[in-house]
Design a protein around this ligand. Structure first.
Ligand code: ACO
Ligand SMILES: O=CC(=O)O
Ligand code: MG
Length: 542
């Protein structure tokens, strides 16, 4: 094996993160696990192809004993016993990390995934910030406005739970035997190497959120990675805790199995609603009318299929002694516009109230100003208790048909929805290419998961010749091409800087134009794969 860095990022302390010992550890992880990861990615394609043939999915009879068995996951460590509010956000720039740690949330999901563009600079700066946070030394001076940021000492900081990249993403700046490294193993490996011991000794721990998994075998791979990593660094077995996102449709059929595979490490499951919707569209994109998703703005968590998903998640988690974590309401406040903030608070309060009443143990917010809203709701349901894991849901009985009941979701497909999707998909992709992985667009948080819905919906609508409810027009490739041109011109008018527009918006529009075509050969498994190719070749953002 040989490991090579193609660039050294211009970040202070990069050399410490990329020390020879740390890189040797990452190399070992690759040696042992990269091939299995490759096989599992191929298995994803085969699994989806099987579903495309039958047009359905079901619980696996061969794992019925795991679903019926009486077993529990490892107990929660004290630092993760109360997760009533979790703030999510990127770990770079450092000011965002500090704002999240200081926000009053119990947990900070430090995101190297949906909310992060994996430029080499971002990856390394995030890892440096996380390492400084673990050491308690993180601080930041904003050169733009002179504002200083420091970790608060008057109240507890949020417990850090790091979300590495999903299994699919490569890391082009680390070559192992000449091939790009696995992004997830770079993120996890470097974070664990530098922080596992210091976090464990300070009453926290090496805690992770695991995204976008599609099968229990992928959880098994993480289990093996964790056991190996602990043994390699002399950390006690079972120190790591992992919360898995249930954000793909095949994973919804394997919640028990995924917890079982990671039972020494599992802390809970999270209902990652945005990627979940994307995954349903992706899986059933060519399966006809039964699976046509209404406009993104219409799909609510109260839709029958989303109720089935969240009810099953809470029931499964609590049966196994695991946390059930709620998801993200995408509305965000605006400090300059009180009416928008009031509307966001109201929507988030409703969303969290439903979750807390359903039995979730806590939930996510995207912005510091939403922390008190979520706390208030969960306080009122939890009372003195740190969580409600003891609340069993024996009355819940969810079937495969209910999980797949897209047809009963209220809402329609409209041309207005197509236009919004095109606008958002291009604008988000451009911002992503410029190095920022989450952005507010029209008072909604947009990240990789929400943008995936936007672009995949249009592909599905073209492919299935959906008729728009507002205009009566059939959504065709030609109609979308014209609509895209209009949205791109709108964006051109809104972006002040012509150079920025040419550099990021033009390639973003070209990419989205291809991805939405409705042709099989243009549907990419993840928007971020071709976008990352652009990033690491043509844009070469370091
Ligand atoms: C589908 C999923 O996976 S959801 C999880 C992944 N997505 C995310 O994590 C998105 C998290 N949220 C964000 O990134 C941001 O809130 C955005 C991009 C949506 C909006 O950010 P901004 O436009 O900067 O919001 P705004 O101007 O209101 O921010 C006010 C302050 O709060 C800070 N802030 C906003 N959101 C966050 C956050 N999530 N974490 C930490 N600080 C934050 C800003 O940095 C800013 O700080 P400052 O006053 O010190 O400069
Ligand atoms: O990661 C969360 C999601 O909703 O996607
Ligand atoms: Mg997600």
């Amino acid at each position: 094996m040989s490991i090579t860095l193609t660039h050294t990022p211009a970040v202070a302390k990069a050399d410490e993160i990329l020390s020879a010992e740390a890189l040797a550890f990452v190399e070992k992880l690759h040696e042992k696990f990269a091939a299995t990861r490759g096989d599992l990615l191929e298995a994803r394609t085969a699994a989806r192809a099987a579903v495309a043939k039958t047009g359905t999915l079901d619980f696996d009879p061969s794992t019925a004993d795991i679903r019926a068995g009486d077993w529990k996951v490892a107990p929660a460590p004290a630092a993760l016993a109360d997760r009533r509010v979790e703030i999510t956000g990127p770990a770079t720039p450092a000011k965002m990390a500090i704002n999240a740690l200081n926000s009053g949330a119990k947990v900070w999901l430090a995101d190297l995934e949906d909310a992060s563009t994996p430029t080499w600079h971002n990856v390394i700066d995030a890892l440096i910030n996380l390492t400084d946070a673990a050491a308690g030394t993180l601080s930041f001076e904003d050169a733009g406005n002179g504002k200083s940021y420091a970790l608060r000492t008057d109240a507890p900081l949020a417990t850090v739970v790091v979300r590495p990249r999903g299994w699919h993403l490569p890391e082009a700046n680390v070559l192992i035997n000449g091939a790009p490294a696995v992004g997830a193993l770079v993120d996890f490996g470097l974070h664990f190497f530098h922080n596992a011991r210091v976090l464990s000794e300070s009453g926290q721990g090496p805690f992770y959120y695991l995204p976008k998994m599609e099968s229990a075998l992928e959880s098994r791979l993480w289990n093996e990675v964790f056991a190996f990593a602990e043994a390699e660094l002399g950390i006690e077995h079972g120190t790591i805790r992992a919360t898995m996102l249930i954000e793909t449709i095949p994973a919804a059929f394997q919640m028990d199995e995924m917890l079982f595979e990671l039972r020494d490490y599992a802390s809970g499951l999270n209902a990652g609603r945005w990627d979940y919707l994307f995954s349903i569209i992706k899986y059933f994109r060519a399966a006809g009318d039964k699976f046509i998703m209404p406009d993104r703005a219409d799909v609510a968590m109260t839709a029958p299929m989303m109720r089935a998903y969240t009810e099953l998640l809470v029931q499964t988690c609590h049966k196994r002694g695991a946390f059930a974590m709620g998801g993200m309401a995408a509305v965000i406040p605006n400090r300059r516009e009180p009416e928008i903030t009031a509307a966001a608070f109201e929507k988030v309060r409703n969303d969290k109230t439903r979750e807390a009443n359903d039995g979730f143990d806590g939930s996510w917010v995207a912005h510091p100003d939403l922390v008190p809203v979520c706390v208030e709701v969960f306080d009122s349901v939890l009372g003195d208790k740190p969580n409600q894991i003891d609340r069993q849901r024996p009355e819940v009985s969810v079937t495969a048909d209910q999980l797949l009941d897209v047809a009963s979701a209220p809402g329609t497909v409209t041309e207005a929805g197509v236009n919004t999707n095109l606008y958002v998909a291009v604008a988000y992709t451009a911002v992503w290419l410029s190095g920022t992985g989450a952005v507010a667009i029209h008072n909604l948080m947009e990240d990789a998961a929400t943008a995936e819905i936007s672009r995949s919906q249009i592909w599905q609508q073209i492919r299935n010749q959906v008729v728009a409810a507002d205009t009566g027009n059939t959504i065709t490739a030609e109609l979308v091409a014209k609509a895209l041109a209009v949205q791109v011109e709108k964006l051109r008018g809104e972006v002040d800087n012509a150079e920025t527009f040419e550099k990021y918006y033009v390639p973003a529009a070209e990419l989205i134009g291809r991805l939405v075509s409705g042709r099989d050969e243009d549907f990419e498994d993840f928007l971020t794969l071709p976008a990352y190719h652009l990033l690491s070749t043509e844009l070469v953002t370091k």
